[in-house]
Design a protein around this ligand. Sequence first.
Ligand SMILES: *[C@@H]1O[C@H](CO)[C@@H](O)[C@H](O)[C@H]1NC(C)=O
Ligand SMILES: *[C@@H]1O[C@H](CO)[C@@H](O)[C@H](O)[C@H]1NC(C)=O
Ligand SMILES: *[C@@H]1O[C@H](CO)[C@@H](O)[C@H](O)[C@H]1NC(C)=O
Length: 310
Amino acid sequence: MVSLRLAPTLPVIFLLMTVEASEAEWSVKYKQRKMCALKGSTVFMNGSYTHPDDLTVNKTFWIIDPIDGVEKPDLSKESDYSGRVEYFTDEQKHFSLKLSKVEKKDEHQYYFRIITNDDKERWLGTPGVPLTVTELRVETPGAVTEGGAAVLKCVTTCSLTAPTFIWYKNGRPLTTKTTINIQLHLQPVGSEDAGSYSCAVNGYQHLPSPNQTLTVRYPPKSVSVSNSSSGEIVEGSSVTLTCSSDGHPPVENYTWFIEGGVSPVGSGHSYSPLQSGSYYCEARNEHGAQRSAPLPVLNGDSTGNIQFHL
Ligand SMILES: *[C@@H]1O[C@H](CO)[C@@H](O)[C@H](O)[C@H]1NC(C)=O
Ligand SMILES: *[C@@H]1O[C@H](CO)[C@@H](O)[C@H](O)[C@H]1NC(C)=O
Ligand SMILES: *[C@@H]1O[C@H](CO)[C@@H](O)[C@H](O)[C@H]1NC(C)=O
């Protein structure tokens, strides 16, 4: 038992010594090899470093786009970055750069720079971390027909780390719809799905994409006949019936029928009946047609004029 417990101790000590030894070398390790940031958000670039034991670190900072033989200035002192850059370091030689209100022009390669007490011993953490900045954009199929399927996408130009997306319709969050990664699935599409859509990354709801319109095409619905002359129908006055409907594209094709009749009695948005009877209209667009309920219209007096009854 004793020998079993002691046996592994030696290699462990040896391993610790190797780690110790390698810490005496220069090294800069970044946690992320590249970064994708949402425009307007805050990013952290993190890492850790080691340096030869005989050196003392005077200062550390970040630079962008290094040039051979040129000492590039500390990023936090550049006017483009003023007020947006913060550095963090700790005793364990972890470091991080916090860059806030990320802009498109922040797309550069970022490097950690170490200055020591020895003028000839400075270190640049190559290869640095490239930063890409993306905005969000909603892709819609434009127009879909009711009953079909629509997939909306929240598109970025680089891959954000494990984002979950929130969708908005007409400015209100959508909670009942199925979202899969960057996609919002609408199936079957209903006329109520038409509207302005935008998306945002969870935690960054204040940075939504611009709105995109989804148009839903559908046959006429809610078709009804009404008396278009307002107020009371005075005996002897003529009656005009109007057909109203909801459809997309909007209905432009109306046909009028008298109940019991076979052929149409008129066409157009409005119709003035010449005889008593029950009238209905049919509204049609390229996706189909629907008929209204009949509305009775009675002869009012002997002159042949018509009285309207609700
Ligand atoms: C990077 O460091 C910051 C603070 O130094 C910390 O808040 C953040 O969680 C770190 N991110 C990663 C990915 O390690
Ligand atoms: C490092 O710091 C020391 C004391 O603060 C200073 O005398 C020396 O000039 C610095 N060296 C470099 C290379 O900046
Ligand atoms: C999208 O449009 C709605 C109104 O339909 C509005 O309330 C909302 O703020 C808009 N969202 C964006 C990101 O412009």
